[in-house]
Design a protein. Structure first.
Length: 390
């Protein structure tokens, strides 16, 4: 049996999840380069910031392992003729997973059992644990940088001042600086979930957000936080309330209020000890298990609708790197459908200091028939009023 993914989304999701989304004329796709203008780190800068925390903890074994991994990465980059721009944190996660697998295979030739001493298997488990710690530290690094970035929030306001309700923003960033800027200037906005009240500019957080929390269904009311997503399942309504093993049902997605966000991030170690909630971000590496974040399906469904309708697409500081293959597959699938109907976007505008170098990445997704404009500028150099006029 062949299943048409897009047909399934169009019928099943609209019926079962009551997704609602207004038609849009323009889409703005934001990557790390957009938030870079106010001091947020790029992927190759995140690595050093996270490693600094391991140095503070005096995690010498982890640091020694990373130095070894970095030597191999540097060799591969040099051999391929690439210039070193720092080690991309997404690349670290990708290659570290393979490194752990090599150590697990080395266990085949070890004369001891997996758990008997410093075996290859234990080294692999150490690597996997370090990756978990790095993802956890990611929250702290983003939060610390975001607090400092607020001093330059006016730069983002120059962009948000020109947004309208017939626009949609697809953001791959975990920070909430765009949301803060919209609130500050008095423009209504929403994350696009069906449970949200009112209208406003849709801000679709494709990889999650540091002000989202994933909580167990039976404990979600203890927080008194707004619920963004809570799955309804007619097969579960008469059951006894015990966990089902289905993460999308057993957990709900909450929005942490602005006045409680600092406490929830900075003191989450105590809260995590009770397994009550975790921050709703997808993590690092090319494969991000978004299905574990309840409501992510609704976000991507809304992005599908926006991509289906928008006549103009503006891509700002988003490189569509090899670590964004899910977005590549998702966006490409929708452009394929639009091409079949001869309804491709009128233009795609790529805004990035390396726009010319990135053109190939996006041409493979949007196809050769889309008019693509290249603007080799940093986000803070762009005259948003001129670009977004009309």
């Amino acid at each position: 049996m062949t299943i048409d993914y897009w047909l399934f989304l169009g019928r099943s999701y609209a019926q079962n999840c009551r997704a609602r989304f207004m038609g849009v004329n323009r889409i703005f796709i934001l990557g790390a380069g957009f938030s870079k203008q106010v001091g947020m780190p790029l992927a190759n800068e995140l690595t050093d910031l996270i490693l600094e925390r391991f140095k503070e903890y005096k995690q010498t074994e982890m640091l020694a392992w990373f130095d070894n991994l970095k030597c191999r990465i540097d060799w591969l980059e040099k051999a391929s003729g690439k210039k070193s721009g720092g080690v991309n944190i997404e690349q670290v996660f990708d290659l570290a997973s393979f490194d752990a697998e090599l150590w697990k295979m080395a266990q085949h030739r070890c004369s001891l059992g997996r758990t008997h001493g410093d075996t290859p298997w234990q080294i692999a488990k150490d690597i996997e644990a370090w990756l978990i710690y790095m993802e956890d530290d990611l929250r702290d690094v983003i939060w610390e940088r975001q607090k400092n970035a607020r001093q330059k929030l006016s730069l983002i306001e120059q962009f948000s001042q020109n947004l309208r309700e017939d626009h949609a923003v697809l953001s791959f960033n975990y920070d909430t600086l765009l949301e803060e800027s919209l609130t500050k200037i008095g423009k209504p906005w929403r994350y696009g979930f069906a449970r949200e009240d009112g209208g406003g500019i849709p801000v679709l957080k494709m990889h999650g957000s540091i002000n989202w929390a994933v909580a167990r269904r039976d404990q979600s009311r203890n927080f008194d936080y707004p619920i963004l997503f809570e799955k309804e399942d007619r097969n579960k309504q008469c059951e006894n309330g015990n966990p089902t093993g289905e993460e999308e049902y057993d957990t709900v997605l909450l929005r942490i209020p602005d006045d409680k966000l600092a406490n929830r991030i900075e003191k989450r170690d105590l809260q995590l000890g009770h397994k009550r909630y975790e921050i709703g971000i997808a993590g690092l590496g090319s494969y991000k298990p978004l299905h574990k974040t309840p409501g992510s399906g609704e976000v991507w469904f809304n992005a599908t609708k926006a991509l289906r309708e928008a006549q103009e697409i503006y891509i700002i500081g988003f490189s569509l790197s090899p670590f964004d293959n899910m977005a590549r597959l998702h966006f490409g699938g929708m452009m394929c459908k639009r091409a079949e109907k001869k309804n491709l976007p009128q233009k795609v505008v790529l805004i990035d200091p390396k726009a010319c170098d990135l053109k190939t990445n996006f041409a493979s997704v949007f196809g050769p028939d889309v008019r693509m404009m290249l603007l080799e500028q940093k986000a803070e150099e762009v005259q948003w009023a001129e670009i977004m006029a009309g």
